[in-house]
Design a binder for this molecule. Sequence first.
Ligand SMILES: O=P(O)(O)OC[C@H]1O[C@H](O[C@H]2O[C@H](CO)[C@@H](O)[C@H](O)[C@H]2O)[C@H](O)[C@@H](O)[C@@H]1O
Length: 357
Amino acid sequence: MDMGSGSSPVITDPISISPPLLGGLTSNLMPFSVMSGGCSSSPSMSASSRRKIEEVLVNGLLDAMKSSSPRKKHNLAFGQDNSPDEDPAYTAWLIVANAQGRRIAVFLDYDGTLSPIVDDPDKAFMSPVMRAAVRNVAKYFPTAIVSGRSRKKVFEFVKLTELYYAGSHGMDIVTSAAAHATEKCKEANLFQPACEFLPMINEVSKCLVEVTSSIEGARVENNKFCVSVHYRNVAEKDWKVVAGLVKQVLEAFPRLKVTNGRMVLEVRPVIDWDKGKAVEFLLRSLGLSDSEDVVPIYIGDDRTDEDAFKVLRERSCGYGILVSQVPKDTEAFYSLRDPSEVMGFLNSLVRWKKHPL
Ligand SMILES: O=P(O)(O)OC[C@H]1O[C@H](O[C@H]2O[C@H](CO)[C@@H](O)[C@H](O)[C@H]2O)[C@H](O)[C@@H](O)[C@@H]1O
């Protein structure tokens, strides 16, 4: 497979939430002991300095958790080229019309885009009509799923062998449709830039399960090359405790970082790789990188999808489409309100392709 130049991820700044995650957690912030086995860490500064820094850092993570949604206005997807009242069919028509014969490639996030957000991550099922819409889109356009879930798990939800899949926020990519259906993917079709982190991810996942086990509603999901710590079902008064525990566990794993999604803290390797890089990689691998000839569309609802929107914006080719009920700070070009509008958009894309005006 052509991995192209610059496709290898390099270690980068581990800090993705400001202020940075450093230091331990003081006992007044954390009523649980996490000091067991490989999950412990040792202090390296004076107790009072540590306390001050720790308070700020945990609060920083907590702020990020609280501000999961909505974000501040900057590039509002609503009100630029479309309004919240705009018809998904019209957006699809605009894109097909502007494509002027160029090939369209479709990239789809999963949770919150193809399936509604639900309390139980194991029950985020895709409806049969949505599946039919995605299957139909894939008949006319190269189509890929780019998800924070493990590739295996997202395939279990989507169940379509005609798509390409990038799991673990793009850290697990299969570039041969159908090959991902089994775990016997040929190496030639597989790109896993965080491969060396697998043992570390399993270890941190175990630690996170252990330390959060006493917090009602907390849930840890191992997504193979990253780990999600869900707090959707945790009482808000305990969010600070969750933030503190995650921060403390990560002290022992300086090569991992944490980002914040929709009521979820996502722990992942410190490599220069994200959904945007995954989209670029897929475009190259699938022979779709000629921006004169290809119009990529990326649809997603979460912060991690912003990396993909940004790539399309910077390439000045294609369209990011944010799925959101409310105006948000985004790099996307258009917006849709929810998965049902995503489905309307996908169906319209096919309709306009088959029957151009
Ligand atoms: O990139 P995505 O496919 O959007 O994955 C991001 C996270 O999605 C899932 O969590 C989200 O959806 C859950 C089910 O609706 C919801 O309960 C949770 O609050 C959301 O954050 C998935 O479970 C996570 O592992 C992914 O990181």
